[in-house]
Design a binder for this molecule. Sequence first.
Ligand code: PXP
Length: 237
Amino acid sequence: MRLALNVDHIATLRNARGENQPDPITVALIAEQAGVDGVVVHLREDRRHINERDLRLLRELITTKLDLEMAPVDEIIKIACDVGPELATLVPEKRQELTTEGGINVIDNINLLRETIKTLQNSEIEVSLFIEPDIDQIDAAAEISADFIEIHTGVFANALSEEEQFDELERIRIASKHAKKLGLGVNAGHGLNYQNIKIFRELTDIDEVSIGHAIIARAVVVGIKEAVQEMIRLIKS
Ligand code: PXP
């Protein structure tokens, strides 16, 4: 299982003062030295954290892999094709949400997503769809030639009992196996942290986890290098 670090929260903190510290690019570069396999940013339509300059600087400077989370809208698709991340992860976006609240509905948006995937792939960008661990959604993702899915792990992370957590883990296990059989790469993310990763890492069909909040929050206490390495030890030991 690989680890990709989402640095959006560094930009949120920077923007709180409208100045230039802390810098998400510096943090991404230190995280790479500490061993992350990729860097994730979400360029939102409202630019509440990461901006276009951050994205372009990251593209120039990081040496691992850039995963751009984005809504399937014209303005951002154009920027993605121009910047050229290795991976674009398509997510639903709502103006009022605090963070992405769930997966994109592939079945209900199949034509829009098919076109968006084609456009991005024509620019040599692989495309991932952030979806619920649902067999019909995965079938639809394969049908429109997505390269990856990213399974939404929010329900697993927010489970209120061990039983609920176990049930959702099983749902993710079945979904990830199914996606693999269809030839899709399988990423996962949302709400993964230093506790729940100990169970989650048992899933053998997940290629990569995308983690933001837990690692950035830990970094405030122990520094980004240590926070990343603690997570890597849990994932890979
Ligand atoms: N994956 C996706 C698609 C997301 O939208 C987010 C949140 O930005 C994450 C992963 C990371 O979630 P968290 O910050 O809870 O680790």
